[in-house]
Design a protein around this ligand. Structure first.
Ligand SMILES: *Cc1c(COP(=O)(O)O)cnc(C)c1O
Length: 235
């Protein structure tokens, strides 16, 4: 236990160092990059340790898991929860009052449900649109060609605000190939920034995980989702 705690502190220190280095390489400041600690399969005790090391952003990819841990997270009023995994429309109601940012919005149906539930809570829900660049059918995310119509829909929704884009490249691909996905998403982000839609404020590019967050930052990411590099390998 004591060793694990030490490891978490040390791992976070290393990740922050790498983030700083990659940010500087791409002409930005370390504080321009948001680190999300991905806590799937991690027990609340260890999540709280990360919080004591200064982590304020937590990413969960399953609704059930987020709800199960929620009450055990310390200092919760200062913590932001991010939903980063596939979200079923029937689960939106359980998390709408708990999450700061939903990264994995990939259909018009889901957008409409978020609008409906956010309206009930008198909340404007910040979201990212997830883009599937590899075309893998089992992966979440909308094809890039659907982005424009999703943004047009968002411009009619008063309880949804789009802050940017997110992607998860294929697991088995090489770093070089992932860099290409990252560059493609950055290009899409830049192109989208040039257009104006109501309720769309493009500022966040969520890409990069433990294996490739440095490459992602160098390709323009400003939000990285890091799990195993902080908490160790998942069982
Ligand atoms: C699990 C997960 C991560 C973090 O993965 P690591 O390789 O452990 O850093 C990031 N994003 C999403 C969407 C995930 O599901």
């Amino acid at each position: 236990m004591q060793k694990e705690v030490q490891d978490i502190a040390e791992n976070i220190r290393k990740v922050r160092e790498t983030i700083a280095r990659s940010a500087e390489k791409s002409g930005r400041k370390p504080e321009d990059i948001t680190l999300i600690a991905v806590t799937k399969t991690v027990e609340p005790e260890r999540i709280n340790e990360a919080i004591r090391c200064g982590i304020t952003e937590l990413g969960e990819n399953r609704v059930q898991e987020l709800l199960g841990k929620y009450d055990q997270i310390e200092n919760r009023e200062n913590i932001h929860f991010h939903l980063i995994g596939r979200l079923q429309t029937n689960k939106v109601k359980y998390i709408i009052d708990k999450v700061t940012l939903i990264h994995s919005v990939d259909s018009q149906r889901l957008l409409l449900e978020i609008e409906k539930q956010a309206a009930k809570h008198d909340k404007v829900q910040d979201i990212l649109l997830e883009i599937n660049l590899s075309g893998e059918p089992q992966k979440g995310g909308m094809p890039p060609e659907e982005l424009d119509s999703a943004l047009q829909l968002c411009s009619t929704l008063s309880h949804v605000r789009v802050l940017g884009l997110m992607t998860v490249p294929p697991v088995s691909d090489s770093l070089t190939k992932n860099s290409r996905y990252f560059q493609n998403l950055q290009q899409l982000f830049v192109d989208t920034c040039k257009k104006t839609y109501d309720n769309v404020h493009m500022s966040l590019l969520s890409m990069g995980m433990s294996a490739d967050y440095d490459a992602a930052i160098e390709s323009g990411s400003n939000m990285v989702r890091v799990g195993s590099a902080i908490f160790g390998k998942r069982k």
